[in-house]
Design a protein around this ligand. Sequence first.
Ligand code: NOJ
Ligand code: CA
Length: 674
Amino acid sequence: MLGNKMLRLCFSLLLLTCFYSTRVFASQNWSWSTCSKDSTFCLQVFFDHGRVDAKLYHLGSEIVRINCDGLLFKGQKSTSSFQLISSKVVKIDTVWNAPWGQHKQTHDRSEQVLMQLYDTTSKQQVELQFSFSNDGLAYRYIYHSKDSSSVMKELGTFIVTGDAEAWWCWADYNTLEKNYQHTSLYEASHVALPFTIKRKDGVCLAFMEAALANYPMMTLRQDTTNRGVFHINLVPWADGTAIKSFGAITTPWRVVQFASSEKDLLSSSFLDCLNAPPSNDDFSWVKPITFCGIWWEMHLGLSDWKYSGGRHGASTSNAKRYIDFAAANGIGGVLMEGWNTGWERWGEPDAFDFTKSYPDLDLPAVVRHARSKGVEIIGHHETGGDVVMYEKQMDKAFAYYQQLGIKYVKTGYAGPVNPPTENHHGQYMVNHMNLVMRTAAKYHLMVDAHEPVIPSGLSRTWPNLLSFEAVRGMEWNAWSEGNTPSHDCVLPFTRGLAGPMDYSPGIFDVLESNRKSDRVKWNGLDKGDSRVHSTICHQLAMPMIYYTPMLMLPDIPANYSGHPLFEYLKQIPATWDETRIVAASIGEFVVIARRSGTRWFIGGIGNEDARVIPVSFGFLKDKQSHSYSLCSDGKEADFNTNPLSYSIDKGTLHAKDRMELKLATGGGFLMIVE
Ligand code: NOJ
Ligand code: CA
């Protein structure tokens, strides 16, 4: 109740200022422009003889041009030709609080132009909206269609001026668990979003989408003859249609986040601001959480999700062991994967039953044990991609968890989608994911979605949508050639921009050498030489660097218990009051300072190159002396040859102090300042 009241208070404290100005047109030409507060970036929107274009300028030079050519409906032969009916400018100045996040407060200061258009080709009223803030521009359409419609394409082009460095993943329609490529912009052929580039002048741009609902995911395809020209592409339905809709069609926001530096790129809340405020004010039950769980031991092959074979992980006794470990260490929850029947039939239709435990698990008793220790159980619904089965069971499955007192669920779609012809990233799956989010809210369940569609800020509207995988995360280090330190350092600037990221970092046995002889190979990618490619301090810092309000401490209890660094890992909170980017270079290093109450956590991770990063503590803002603990790579640490070497140093510091913090190759550090 208190949380609910707090939430209401926050909203009543909203500082909301909207200025409107409306113009009605008869002319063929019209334009509107606005600039960032420091005038570094400006946007100009043009209407000229039936077409809408926009230009983004940096210090007076055009850096991106956007053609907004509308939707191509089935049967429509030519591109849209618009008439401009009226336009309205709206200024927004709002402060809002969310139940979790990287900041306690978010300030939305933006300007929007709302253009009323008539599409003379598809004969419909269309609203085209632009939003511009100090760190991004976005646009979307609302087609006021009345009946059912099939859309074949969204026509839109981003024309980037000049070459740039680009970090991108191939636009696979079924997985976001990919390695990033680092190439010239001109080699980025067909990219998934977020797509990040750095121009020669240091300006960074990230192409993304916000408020993705009832619509397929977008990719960008570079024109094969005109380099720098990227066409919008939508992940299709099996029959080739892009969007199937009834009534009005609201496209997601097409977003270009911009920043003068890599540091500033990480400081934006633009994506969240483009999403609607909470769908109702009763999300007081939403709570961020840290958790451990029956997970890594199965990825290592120490136990199994399956019951058959006699190596079942999610038994009553093992679950209680994890619960006791969580309770003893102040960890909020325990994830239980492989608790329910069906894992033997993974890949077949209707394999899983989400209300039936395996015979060695007494789930109600486990939940009671957890409750007696103040620990939450994180439930698990692995569908293997069988969405048809999940939608049949969803209400019953969520009601079962609610009745047991389980408030968190991790979902998974590891496998081809059923219906077999649909893509993971098409409208079918976007609608499914949003159905899960809404249904979960009805049962007061919080969701961590694996193999999801890309986050797009929807958690602002549905705060129970806590986290998402959508990344080549830790699990790959258990059974494949794994992830590189550079991969870890690219993620904050790419996937991380889209929203909470459940990578599940924090493995202490980075060489995966403990209990090696007990492991059974279960994954075809496993060549027997997998390991985590970083130092232990890199692992310690990652859970602080990658933000997620469902924060897993993934290693098995035996690898944490008694380890001096675990005393620091377990202190990392799942929500923050304030976040500052200290140093950043895409793919090379990132250092972030985050405040929780009166404590600051400063974490850094680096790529394969060892380096020293100067850190100033001005954010402490006072004249007092602060005590600190610094966990960093040992003198001889090297992620290849000596990954476990670390040191813990304690001392005092002042806001005016500066330290040279060392990163070994593949290294990291975590500092806690009281
Ligand atoms: C893939 C998920 O990403 C992983 O976390 C999970 O353990 C497996 N699927 C099994 O559900
Ligand atoms: Ca996965």
